[in-house]
Design a protein around this ligand. Structure first.
Ligand SMILES: [Ca+2]
Ligand SMILES: [Ca+2]
Ligand SMILES: [Ca+2]
Length: 319
């Protein structure tokens, strides 16, 4: 089954639903082919990484500056924190290279792209601009990279990673949460959380839609901090979606295709009867723990059918 979430991701305007009023949007030009736009985006991003350095403060906020001629700052492209991952998006038939800075991994839980994440973030796009000034009677035009800030959340906000731009679901799961301390005065401290920066090709952002002050076909840069995560159970079958979706130990594999055990077109994480035997998964993983008391097996301890190899909710031979 083709994963329809890709399509959702293309049309869903992040994140930023919060700050974008309808009147901010302008009509999108006809979309150009992904395979044509992506190399241009990659070139812009790689040039940005080569020509800019980053200043990271003690709370993992970032600011980016262009390296001036003769400057000795380390370009982002030479930083050991710079990593990338590849993401093949079937609907685009393009394999994207997504650069990100791993400023800190985080010590807590990981999150998958079907889960919810609580994040603080700051986003900007960038494009070439020129500055003209008169110096000693002569007009001098200089080219520079303009950074266009479009959204910031200092206080964290919850997102379902499936509902935001595609790039988030690809990179946030590379990080872990940290620790959360609730203080007697009601304030909350977040420590040791995952923090980074992602550099997204426009197709993993808003693509041809100009949104707010983001131009169309703009690569996006997000500084983010992953404070917390919540596992979801989309179909309420008492098995977390991350276990139903596929191999959740390998992000790259997890991205490829959702399991659909009974082949009915509804992937397991959205299917309340995964083996299509007419018995709800929820009832198949329920057992009587003591007389009259019913419990549900943890995912790892769901038994197989007698003589079978599949967990019973995935095996139509028993229920
Ligand atoms: Ca199914
Ligand atoms: Ca299910
Ligand atoms: Ca069933």
């Amino acid at each position: 089954m083709k994963r329809y979430q890709f399509f959702i991701a293309i049309v869903s305007l992040v994140i930023i639903t919060v700050s974008c009023q309808k009147e901010d949007r302008v009509t999108a030009p006809p979309a150009r082919p992904y395979a044509e736009v992506y190399p241009e985006d990659l070139e812009k991003i790689e040039e940005f990484l080569d020509t800019h350095y980053v200043v990271v403060d003690s709370d993992y906020n970032t600011n980016f500056f262009e390296i001036e001629e003769g400057g000795t700052e380390t370009p982002i492209s030479a930083m050991p924190e710079l990593e990338f991952r590849n993401l093949y998006v079937e609907a685009h038939d393009v394999e994207y290279k997504i650069y990100f800075l791993n400023l800190r991994q985080g010590i807590g839980e990981s999150v998958t792209r079907v889960d919810s994440a609580m994040v603080a973030y700051k986003g900007f796009s960038f494009q070439k601009a020129t500055n003209t000034e008169v110096v000693a009677g002569e007009t001098v035009t200089t080219e520079y990279t303009a950074q266009i800030f479009f959204d910031e959340r200092i206080s964290p906000i919850w997102f379902q990673l499936e509902d935001v731009i595609r790039g988030w679901g690809a990179i946030i799961p590379k990080f872990n949460t940290g620790t959360i301390t609730n203080n007697p005065d009601g304030s909350v401290n977040y420590n040791d959380f995952g923090a980074g920066v992602m550099f997204l090709p426009s197709a993993l952002g808003y693509y041809n839609s100009a949104t707010g002050n983001i131009p169309s076909y703009a690569p996006l840069v997000f500084n983010f901090k992953l404070y917390n995560q919540k596992s979801r159970d989309h179909d309420f079958d008492r098995i977390l979606s991350k276990y139903e979706y596929g191999d959740n130990t390998d992000i790259e594999t997890f991205e490829i295709e959702a399991n659909d055990t009974d082949g009915d077109g509804l992937p397991d994480y959205l299917d309340p009867d995964d083996d299509g035997d007419g018995f709800l998964t929820k009832s198949e993983i329920r057992y009587e723990s003591s007389p009259g008391i019913y419990s549900y097996y943890d995912f790892s301890s769901i038994p197989t059918c007698s003589g079978g190899t599949l967990k019973k909710h995935l095996d139509p031979a028993c229920n």
